[in-house]
Design a protein around this ligand. Structure first.
Ligand code: PA5
Length: 444
């Protein structure tokens, strides 16, 4: 079961911060459980692992099977909450090298999460001689990046199979009734999956948004949901027995004590996109009204050789939350070398995990002594159930954290600013006045 620990926190936080924050957490707990807090209409994810739509879940599994049988690749089109969770889980459970492996399941390409012609064109090239399907994901159904990408990939699909046959290879995950994508899907007869009204993008990985791409890779989505349900049961009993309470309280106490950056660290490169998912979750939920910890991430030990200097001795702004995923699947032992030319025989016969654990302990001591408080989130291992539990833990702690901070954790008003400017500069109808104003500013 997931555990949350702190290391020598007394030297960074004075007083019994848990006791002091307990009533505030109890209030946040009540808001999350009842949906009565700010943004309460978007707390559908709180009970999702128990309440999810079983019929849709079965359709997701059936669609995944069909894609596995008729496609060598699945193109997942989406941005932000509409792709990061799936990418995080697939990388973590199947490897960042999943597409390079020889396997019986389709490759998965994530596109529509930016506006780079090179990145998108490269995937179009890779699909030229490959049978593929598309899962286009957009809750609003109107986001520019995925909409633009969908035009390209739909065109490629229809060119390959003809308009009619292409229809059975397009899966749209979107709002149940609103938005351009839903309208298009209904008109064209594509299979659709629902992003529930009461679940925002960054909390949607355990809906069809994440589940369909994840299931296509062969990951056991039942186990993923079960892991989340087990964590949900723990979180329902609001108390410091719940690791999400411990995490939310400690990071909030550190924020109040003047820390402004939280670094999510992991010693497994496969976790990198989970850290990207976490950054969106916390950044969009807390970063508003001039408040919030800045969520950043590091991959150790690689980043100890780049960011390590700053973390150890730079401006004292940050604390670390280190995710420890248990032992690796492979137990690789360092070979013995009779000559010992590299002087490494002192680790000969030791496992990579052993060496990593010593690096982890050494870093914990060094960073703590350097003034960087450390929180540790430990899972038993790296199974689908472990990851389901970890996802729910971070989501629940995020909801609690938003309420401790007295913000609405479920909106993202700041995301609109760049979109409005981009639409105006692109000449979208309705933005004419703004276009002239912005173009004048750009001349200065
Ligand atoms: O969390 C969010 O709401 C956002 O990051 C969205 O996921 C992102 O902007 C994509 O939106 P949509 O799914 O509507 O295309």
């Amino acid at each position: 079961m997931l555990e949350m620990q702190t290391f020598q926190m007394d030297s960074f936080l004075s007083g019994d911060y848990k006791k002091e924050l307990a009533p505030h957490l109890a209030e946040a707990q009540q808001k999350l459980q009842s949906g009565s807090g700010a943004g309460g209409e978007f707390t559908g994810w709180v009970h999702l692992p128990r309440n999810y739509d079983r019929d849709e879940f079965a359709r997701i599994q059936a669609a995944a099977k069909k894609i596995q049988s008729d496609s060598q690749a699945l193109v997942v089109i989406g941005i932000g909450g509409s792709y990061l969770g799936a990418r995080g889980v697939i990388d973590c459970l199947c490897s960042p090298n999943y597409n390079l492996k020889s396997k019986s399941t389709p490759n998965v390409y994530f596109v529509g999460n930016g506006l780079s012609a090179d990145a998108m064109g490269e995937v179009l090239d890779l699909l030229e001689n490959v049978d593929f399907s598309i899962n286009v994901i957009s809750k609003s159904g109107t986001t520019t990046e995925p909409a633009v990408a969908f035009r390209f990939f739909r065109e490629a699909l229809e060119k390959k199979y003809g308009k009619e046959a292409a229809k059975s290879r397009i899966y749209a995950t979107t709002d149940k009734s609103r938005g351009a994508l839903k309208k298009l899907a209904d008109a064209e007869g594509w299979e659709t999956f629902v992003v529930p009204d009461e679940i925002g993008g960054r909390f949607s990985v355990l809906t069809a948004v994440g589940l369909l791409p994840i299931a296509v890779t062969g990951v056991d989505i039942n186990a993923l949901m079960q892991g989340a349900a087990d964590m949900m049961n723990i979180c329902e009993n609001g108390s410091f027995d719940c690791p999400a309470w411990q995490y939310a309280a400690t990071r909030y106490a550190l924020y109040r004590a003047g820390y402004s950056i939280e670094l999510l660290a992991c010693y497994d490169p496969a976790f990198r996109f989970m850290t990207e998912w976490w950054k969106q979750l916390y950044g969009e939920s807390e970063g508003k009204e001039g408040k919030g910890l800045f969520p950043a991430s590091v991959e150790f030990t690689a980043d100890l050789h780049s960011m390590g200097q700053y973390i150890q001795e730079g401006k004292r702004l940050m604390f670390e939350t280190v995710v420890r995923l248990g032992s690796s699947d492979r137990q690789l032992l360092v070979p013995h070398d009779a000559d010992d030319g590299d002087g490494l025989n002192f680790v000969a016969g030791k496992s990579m995990d052993f060496i990593r654990d010593k690096a982890m302990e050494g870093t914990l001591l060094a960073h703590t002594e350097g003034g960087v408080p450390n929180l540790i989130v430990k899972t038993d291992g790296k199974s689908a159930a472990d990851l389901g539990g970890l996802i729910y833990f971070f989501e629940y702690a995020c909801g609690l954290s938003g309420y401790l901070l007295e913000v609405n954790p479920f909106d993202q008003p700041g995301v609109e600013a760049y979109k409005k400017n981009m639409f105006a500069l692109l000449g979208k109808p309705g933005y004419e006045d703004r276009k002239a104003e912005l173009e004048a500013k750009l001349q200065k």
